[in-house]
Design a protein around this ligand. Structure first.
Ligand code: DAK
Length: 259
């Protein structure tokens, strides 16, 4: 599939995904969602990529699902669109390598939800976040009612979703929606730096950490800890565990092979 609305670049072990529909503030139409799906599949199958950065071209990260496409949808079309979006977001959340959202501008509705399907969010000082759906007569549909509360707590999530108000990057930092705020021109470099730091660790261990954290958040603590023990054990079947520990004992640099 030819990519028209999404750019995929690979720089050593890190992939940079750019949503590229700047004239529509990178709004997610069906075509863009399908392209994101293709890109996720590409990354899932690329054993040389250990982490990814997701950002937007121009002044927006993503200004939401495409209102112009949704406006006249029938019930069936709305359902199909919702299923497509939810499947893509879930696939991104479950991708076996970490994804950092570098939120460069508007992250509204589906855009805020897209950032929340990533593992880590960092923002430009110009970024703005919000779930304005109730003002359009709809509910958040790509996970906002579920993921926002998990990030910022119930009260703040309800306030943001019921009012539809848009918050600036410093407020997003204060409520815990983003990990850090940078000057706009530094954002991408900082995101790549973070991705490269992650990519310097053993990729299978990082992947298992992601799985354990994500699964653990959905189940009771005893089940979660049992799962943690399982993945901990699994690490001992990898070459990278031997390499990491041997390098420490031998006081030398380690070289991980994703094996
Ligand atoms: N969709 C389509 N086009 C959009 C858009 C969007 N979400 N956001 C902006 N654009 C387009 C504008 O229409 C305009 O196009 P032209 O008029 O030039 O053709 C162009 O991008 C530039 O936008 P503005 O001229 O408005 O730029 P400003 O700087 O003045 O304002 C803004 C920026 C971000 C404040 C404003 O564009 C805005 O309020 N945009 C809409 C933000 C919003 O309400 N986002 C939430 C969308 S609803 C579902 C799953 C998910 C969803 C729904 C259902 N199911 C499970 C079924 C998700 C829903 C949403 O995300």
């Amino acid at each position: 599939m030819e990519l028209k609305n999404v750019i995929l670049e690979k720089q050593d072990k890190v992939a940079i995904i750019t949503i590229n529909r700047p004239n529509a503030l990178n709004a997610l139409n069906s075509e863009t969602l399908k392209e994101i799906n293709v890109v996720i599949d590409d990354l899932a199958n690329d054993d040389n990529i250990y982490a990814a950065v997701l950002t937007g071209a121009g002044k927006a990260f993503v200004a939401g699902a495409d209102i112009k496409e949704m406006k006249d949808m029938t019930t069936m079309e709305g359902r199909k669109f919702g299923i497509l979006g939810n499947n893509v977001f879930r696939k991104l959340e479950n991708l076996d390598k970490p994804v950092i959202a570098a939120v460069n501008g508007f992250a509204l509705g589906g855009g805020c939800e897209l950032s929340m399907a990533c593992d880590i969010r960092i923002a430009s000082a110009k970024a703005k976040f919000g779930q304005p759906e109730s003002g359009l007569g709809i509910t958040p549909g790509f996970g906002g009612t579920q993921r926002l509360a998990r990030h910022v707590g119930l009260g703040m999530a309800k306030e943001l979703i019921y009012t539809g108000k848009i918050i600036k990057a410093d407020e997003a930092l204060r409520v815990g929606l983003v990990n850090a705020v940078y000057e706009p021109e530094q954002l991408l470099e900082e995101a790549k730096k973070l991705a490269n730091t992650i990519a310097g660790n053993a990729p299978i261990a990082v992947k298992l950490c992601k799985e354990a954290i994500n699964r653990g958040m959905q189940v009771d603590i005893d089940t979660a800890l049992r799962y943690e023990s399982e993945v901990f054990g699994e690490c001992f079947s990898t070459e990278d565990q031997k390499e990491g520990m041997t390098a420490f004992v031998e006081k030398r640099d380690k070289t991980f092979k994703n094996r």
